[in-house]
Design a protein around this ligand. Structure first.
Ligand code: GLN
Length: 306
């Protein structure tokens, strides 16, 4: 399999279609990104990594981090996974990632861990279990990618905090139902900081291998049981790209998590992980070229979980 060639072809196919979307600007620091940036990387389960375009340029991981907080909260919770699943559901929301509407009818239990409301509860759980949710995510990303330079971009975190009225509203609303264990301010600070982590396609593809390896980390130790890894992949497929998860499953056919920084990390179970980055977003907040490139890649290769 010539992975290098496949990446170049997938990117060329994506670029041949019209439509680029627009970078997120509701977090002002994100709007400063080069809108033409485009990169893609594959990391295989046996340790090879291939990349094309801007695959080594760090970008703001944003909601891709929600995948790592979920995996770490489940791992740290040990046998007691239900302690988390009682506080957050696992159904697609059919609503935008930052929506407030379902929270009231569903009594402060967010629909799934990948919308902002659910990710706030997961961050709270990870904070409860480790005392340092951001540190846990950073250490995990560094260890799996081998890149010790992965860090929080404080300017992005501060920019999001300054404009974070919606996330603050979500967190307070959840707290009003008794579904946060830590002070709202700490949960928000850890949430903004793990979203503001910067990493490249190379880094994230390397990190994503733990799901391709059914829960096994780069050093051979087990983070999640095989069953838990399968479940995380299932939630990624059904909820990882917000209210466009159906369209993503239709076009790409793989579990994947997107972020408003323009990154998407997708899992090829048993084979590896692929990360693509391009800042222009569609209406749902998913990278336009990113989805198109993954669509082209999986269409050309037949890679799918179906
Ligand atoms: N930090 C962003 C927010 O809370 C993450 C959103 C996203 O990437 N979809 O709005």
């Amino acid at each position: 399999m010539d992975y290098q060639q496949l990446l170049h072809q997938a990117m060329a196919t994506a670029l041949s279609a019209p439509g680029r979307g627009r970078p997120a600007d509701y977090i002002p620091a994100l709007a400063a990104v080069d809108p033409t940036a485009f990169g893609m990387a594959i990391a295989t389960v046996d340790g090879e990594v291939f990349g094309a375009g801007d695959w080594e340029t760090p970008f703001s991981v944003q909601s891709v981090s929600k995948l790592f907080t979920l995996a770490l909260a489940l791992a740290e919770g040990g046998e007691d996974a239900d302690a988390l699943w009682r506080r957050v559901g696992r159904e697609p929301s059919g609503n935008p990632f930052n929506s407030l509407v379902q929270l009231e009818t569903e009594q402060g239990i967010p629909r799934n861990p990948f919308i902002n409301a659910g990710a706030l509860v997961v961050t709270d759980r990870l904070l409860e279990l480790t005392g340092d949710a951001v540190g846990a995510v950073r250490d995990f990303l560094r260890a799996e990618s081998g890149n010790d330079a992965i860090e929080v971009d404080d300017a992005v975190a501060a920019s999001e905090a300054r404009h974070g009225h919606r996330n603050a509203a979500l967190a307070h609303f959840i707290a009003s139902y008794g579904n946060l264990r830590n002070p709202v301010e700490s949960v928000l600070a850890h949430y903004y900081a793990h979203c503001a982590m910067t990493a490249s396609c190379r880094d994230l593809a390397l990190v994503g291998r733990f799901l391709a390896r059914h829960g096994v980390r780069a050093d051979g130790s087990r983070l999640l049981s095989r069953s838990e890894a399968k479940r995380v992949n299932a939630v990624l497929l059904t909820c990882g790209t917000y209210d466009a998860a159906g369209e993503f499953a239709f076009r790409v056919g793989l579990p994947g998590k997107s972020g408003v920084g323009g990154g998407i990390l997708a899992v090829l179970p048993g084979r590896g992980a692929v990360c693509v980055w391009s800042p222009g977003l569609d209406q749902a907040g998913n990278s336009v070229l990113g989805v198109a490139a993954l669509d082209a890649l999986t269409t050309a290769t037949g890679w799918s979980v179906f």
